[in-house]
Design a protein around this ligand. Structure first.
Ligand SMILES: [Zn+2]
Length: 378
């Protein structure tokens, strides 16, 4: 069974159980993969497997160890994650001492949420790094005897966010690990870990969840089929983001996508300038919604190209807009879906590189116009 609500990844589950049964537990692991694939949740699950006292299936979910692990309150478990770096250096060695009561309550609440939904990121406001103080804290406690039997496990979430100092201090611990201890680093960006840490850890890759797993989770939450494909595509397979999106109203996103397409088709330059101004404000105030709108636009062209080559409607991302997409394909039979998507990608890329956003958008609008009607505007 699974102690935490995790989705498949059967291969890795078996792999971890085998290492346990064959007594081949490594000192340090790197669980990595894209966000939402479950690498963080499986770090918790493996900790539960290691400490479960059942003779049968592990984790059993019933023994005292599993019960404590389920709420992440086991004395053998230590969680490290990015925290805001405090200016007050007086409590350097014991980082949690510098936190206020309300900050501690907030962190406890975030950890509780993590235990209920292992796909949810531990995200503390203004936390960008894992500082050396937290690694010193590990060093201070890992060599002490635990009141619990079993394996002491330190999980470092988002390990790639360790500062250079923290990484070097952590490497020293990895070089002299105490017996019956396991370090699990988790990361969606493992290439940012220092190579000496990478090479010390046994890597285990957690691929993104399959389309069918995501579909069935969304379906179990009552999300209609017409929205599922769009939600999954917008979240790039990240389950947590998909669940967040399933709780938001996507009507506005679809309407804005259609509005952009209509203005390009009609091409009134005054209206285009106004629309660019609105998009530029959206980017500055709600960058995530802006990115979603750009993705939605590129899915539209991908869908149009899908219909153009005669693929069935079931393949569409914007499946509930198929009437509009069909009309578009009929009205602009010569459009080039690939070039359109390149224009959108270039625009996003320019904006990321801080190119003047209005200019990047105007450029994108012109390019899309020219690919909708190749040759007409030259
Ligand atoms: Zn158990």
């Amino acid at each position: 069974m699974s102690l935490f609500p995790l989705i498949n990844q059967d291969f890795n589950r078996k792999l971890l159980l085998n290492t346990l049964e064959n007594d081949r537990v490594a000192n340090s692991y790197l669980f990595y993969g894209p966000e939402g694939g479950g690498h963080e949740g499986f770090a918790l699950e493996f900790t539960a497997m290691l400490n479960c006292i059942s003779d049968n299936e592990r984790p059993c979910g019933k023994c005292p160890s599993c019960r404590k692990m389920k709420t992440l309150e086991h004395a053998n478990l230590q969680l490290i994650f990015p925290m805001p770096i405090k200016k007050d250096r007086s409590s350097d060695n014991q980082p949690f001492k510098s936190l206020s009561q309300s900050e501690i309550a907030e962190i406890q609440n975030i950890i509780k949420k993590k235990s209920e939904n292992p796909y949810e990121k531990i995200s503390i406001p203004n936390a960008k790094h894992i500082s050396i103080n937290f690694i010193r804290e590990i060093k201070r406690t890992i060599y002490l005897t635990s009141p619990e039997k079993g394996w002491k496990v330190v999980i470092v979430f988002d390990a790639h966010l360790m500062t250079e100092q923290a990484s070097n201090a952590f490497l020293k611990i990895l070089e002299e690990p105490p017996p019956k201890s396991v370090f699990i680093l988790t990361s969606s960006n493992p290439s940012n870990l220092i190579p000496t840490i990478q090479s010390r850890c046994q890597p285990i890759y957690f691929p993104p969840l399959s389309l069918s797993s995501l579909e069935s989770v969304l379906s179990s939450k009552g999300i209609p089929e017409s929205s599922r494909h769009l939600i999954i595509s917008l979240s790039s397979g990240d389950l947590n983001q998909a669940i967040d999106l399933s709780e938001t109203d996507l009507t506005k996103l679809k309407e804005s996508t259609l509005e952009i397409l209509r203005s390009i088709a009609v091409w009134n330059i005054e209206k285009i300038y106004k629309l660019i101004e609105t998009l530029s404000i959206l980017y500055k105030q709600e960058p995530e919604n802006f990115t979603q709108l750009m993705l939605s636009l590129s899915f539209w062209f991908r869908d149009a190209a899908t219909l153009k080559i005669g693929c069935p409607n079931t393949e569409l991302i914007h499946s509930d807009l198929k009437t509009e997409i069909s009309k578009f394909v009929k009205a602009f039979p010569d459009f080039n879906g690939f070039k359109m998507n390149t224009s959108i990608e270039n625009c996003i890329d320019f904006i990321k590189r801080n190119v003047y956003i209005n200019l990047a958008l105007l450029n994108m609008f012109f390019k899309i116009r020219d690919t909708i009607n190749p040759g007409k505007n030259k």
